[in-house]
Structure formats: structure tokens, C-alpha cells
Design a protein around this ligand. Structure first.
Ligand SMILES: *Cc1c(COP(=O)(O)O)cnc(C)c1O
Length: 383
């Protein structure tokens, strides 16, 4: 099986697993029970991980809140800000191409009386800074725009948005799940106030993630979504997933050192893959931007080919049609649809995600198998 769906999830890096293992059976203390050595050791390991993650994004250790993943982080950011700042206003700005964790939270907030602006994106999937500026009202409390899109890899003008929201005194949340560990991020340079992350998109384990919460200038406050023992500064109660957090931290450390070389590698894979596809099956459309793009993501539409029928023809390759979270429905992707190229383009989109352990040989084989499948589907369509 050639796994090329790394925007959906990544395997756990062996070095990450090795770092985690002792925390299941040897160092099994509760990180909140620091009256004894087992608890103290677990707490120490959590703090090392907090530092590793903070370093990756230019944050301070105490600004990292551990969660069960980016879905939970997005929920805390949206519901937590909505509740805390309800007295200042009820307007939130987001975009039409956000992950469902943000969009569905926004829909719920609408039913609670919040007013949500869903910004359009351009044909490359980018929100314009002018559109954000024009949408701001005296009631705007939060702008939530994803750092990089999970389907088309488009990177948002995060720095410009952050400069604008800071100037206007509005909180800026970004779902950076696809970007963290893949492209350099600095929360201070970009004036990010809240940022969602997930370990399993960067070679860490599933079920653990983080929320960056700015502590100073401004001090951002979020109401909890889960109540209990007051862990994680009261923002996220619940006994910490120590092995998972250790894995997340180790994954962050590895990514910080590897991301530069990986980018070069992935860009060469994308070029190789597109060269083979275009020479064998002719024109394909690239969804998203070629410049403002995650290096590990490629999303293409093959004219006249339904991506669902293509994937059925593919044996031994894992790629995705639209986002995995909605792949049980037959609706075309809301992201590709938002690019405005029409329904056919959305129905024919496939997403390919290179990973740390992808080899040149796998890229060549995958390109060849996908071309064979495209030719088979074309032959079937002619009959
Ligand atoms: C994967 C993903 C999520 C969900 O993360 P989980 O940790 O699986 O809950 C949210 N947002 C984006 C952009 C993602 O890619």
C-alpha cells in the first residue's frame, strides 16, 4: 500500500513511539498528582513537551493548553471566546473553506444568537485582507481563519490578518492543524491570539492536540467547554494524556529540525508527479495556489473523471477525494466548490499528500498507477 493521504493523518514516527512507551507502564503517574515522584516525573515530562511545542511556534510554555485534538481546540476557541466576550459583541468572521470543526461550531453559535460572516475565497482558496477589513463591525469579537487548508493546502495571509485584527483589538484564532510542523510559524510575528494544533497530522499520536492561548498583550481569555478538576489553567479539565503529550512534544522537536529538508523533498515529488501525469493523460487542473501552498499537498482535478470512480479503480494507493471527514457523503467538497470553478471540478478533485516516509519510487509508481486508472475510467466513459 502506497499511503499518500498525509493531510488526513500521518503514521507515528518510530522515534515518537519510542519516547512515548515508558509513559504507559513505567512513568505512569498522574501529572496533576505531584506529591510523589511518579506524579512529579509525569508532570516533568509534560512540561518538556510543552516547551518543545512552544518552541516550534514561537510561544511561551504557559501558552500551550493540551487538548484531545484540533477539533476540541477549535471548539474551545470559538465557544470559549463567544462566551467570554459576549458582552463586547456577537459578531464572528470566518471563511467558507474552514474545517467542519470551525464551520459547525459557527453554525451552533448562530443558533445561540451570534452573527457569523462566512467570507468567500478567491479562485486559489485565499481570503482577501480587504474582505476581512470590510466585514469588521463594532460588534466583531473574533476572526477565525485557518492557517492552511486541509484539502487544497492553500496558506492564508495570516500575517496580514493578524496585523489587522491586532490594530482593531479583535481576537484572531487560526486553525493551524495542517501547517504546524510543516511550515515555519511564529505566533508573535503573525499576531495570532489562539491557534489549534493536532499531533496526528505531524507524526504524533491520534487523540492529542493543543491550543495556543496568548497570555500577554493582549491576555486572551476563553471560557472552558469541559468542566472538572481545573487542569490546563482551568481551560481544559481532565487528566492529561501523558504518553500522548510526550509523543506530541517529540513530534514537534523532530518537525522543527526536519521541516526545511522535507519541504524541498515534497516540492520535488509534486513536480515529478505532475510531470508524469501531464505527459500521460494531458491537462489537469491544480486546485489551490502553487505559491501559497503547503509543500506536502497536491490537489488536482482530472477533466471528465469523477474522482469517486477513479478511486474505485485504484488498487494499492491511499489518496482522498475531498476531505475524509465528509467522504461518507456524496456532496462535492465545500472547499473546491468555494473556488468557483463549477461542480465538475469539485466532483473530479483528488488530494495527494506526501509524507516523511514517502520515497521517489513510491511517487513514480503512484503516478503510473493513477494514470492507468484514469485511462481505464476514460475508456469506460466512452463505452
Ligand atoms: C485534521 C484537522 C482537524 C481535526 O483535528 P483532530 O485532531 O483530528 O480533531 C481540524 N482542522 C484541520 C484543518 C484539520 O486538518
Amino acid at each position: 500500500m502506497i499511503y499518500l493521504d498525509h493531510n488526513s493523518t500521518t503514521p507515528v514516527d518510530k522515534r515518537v513511539l519510542d519516547a512515548m512507551l515508558p509513559f504507559f507502564t513505567e512513568v505512569y503517574g498522574n501529572a496533576a498528582s505531584i506529591d510523589h515522584d511518579p506524579g512529579h516525573d509525569a508532570n516533568k515530562a509534560v512540561n518538556v513537551a510543552r516547551n518543545q511545542i512552544a518552541r516550534l511556534i514561537g510561544a511561551k510554555d504557559e501558552e500551550i493548553i493540551f487538548t484531545s485534538g484540533a477539533t476540541e481546540s477549535d471548539n474551545i476557541a470559538l465557544f470559549g471566546v463567544a462566551e467570554k466576550y459576549a458582552n463586547s459583541g456577537n459578531h464572528i468572521i470566518t471563511s467558507k473553506t474552514e474545517h467542519k470543526a470551525v464551520l459547525d461550531s459557527c453554525h451552533k453559535l448562530e443558533s445561540k444568537g451570534f452573527d457569523i460572516t462566512y467570507l468567500d475565497v478567491d479562485s486559489f482558496g485565499r481570503v482577501s485582507i480587504d474582505a476581512v477589513r470590510d466585514a469588521i463591525t463594532s460588534k466583531t469579537i473574533l476572526v477565525s481563519i485557518m492557517y492552511a487548508n486541509n484539502e487544497i493546502g492553500t496558506i492564508a495571509p495570516v500575517r496580514e490578518i493578524g496585523a489587522l485584527t491586532r490594530e482593531r483589538g479583535i481576537i484572531f484564532h487560526t486553525d493551524a492543524t495542517q501547517a504546524v510542523g510543516h511550515v515555519p510559524i511564529n505566533v508573535d510575528e503573525c499576531n495570532i491570539d489562539l491557534m489549534s494544533m493536532s499531533a496526528h497530522k505531524m507524526y504524533g499520536p491520534k487523540g492529542v492536540g493543543g491550543l495556543f492561548v496568548r497570555r500577554r498583550i493582549p491576555r486572551v481569555r476563553v471560557a472552558p467547554v469541559i468542566y472538572g478538576g481545573g487542569h490546563e489553567k482551568g481551560i481544559r479539565s481532565g487528566t492529561l494524556n501523558v504518553p500522548g503529550i510526550v509523543g506530541f512534544g517529540t513530534a514537534a522537536e523532530i518537525a522543527r529540525n526536519a521541516m526545511h529538508d522535507e519541504k524541498t523533498q515534497y516540492l520535488s515529488y509534486s513536480k515529478l508527479f505532475l510531470d508524469v501525469i501531464q505527459s500521460r493523460v494531458g491537462e489537469v487542473f491544480i486546485n489551490g495556489s502553487m505559491t501559497e501552498r503547503l509543500p506536502n499537498n497536491l490537489n488536482i482535478s482530472v477533466p471528465g473523471i469523477e474522482s469517486k470512480s477513479l478511486v474505485v479503480q485504484l488498487k494499492g494507493i491511499a489518496i482522498s477525494t475531498g476531505s475524509a471527514c465528509t467522504s461518507s457523503s456524496v456532496e462535492p467538497s465545500h472547499v473546491i466548490t468555494a473556488l468557483g470553478h463549477g461542480a465538475e471540478r469539485a466532483h473530479s478533485a483528488i488530494r495527494i499528500g506526501w509524507g516523511r516516509f514517502t520515497t521517489t519510487d513510491e511517487v513514480e509508481r503512484a503516478a503510473s498507477i493513477i494514470c492507468d486508472a484514469i485511462q481505464r475510467v476514460r475508456a469506460l466513459n466512452l463505452r
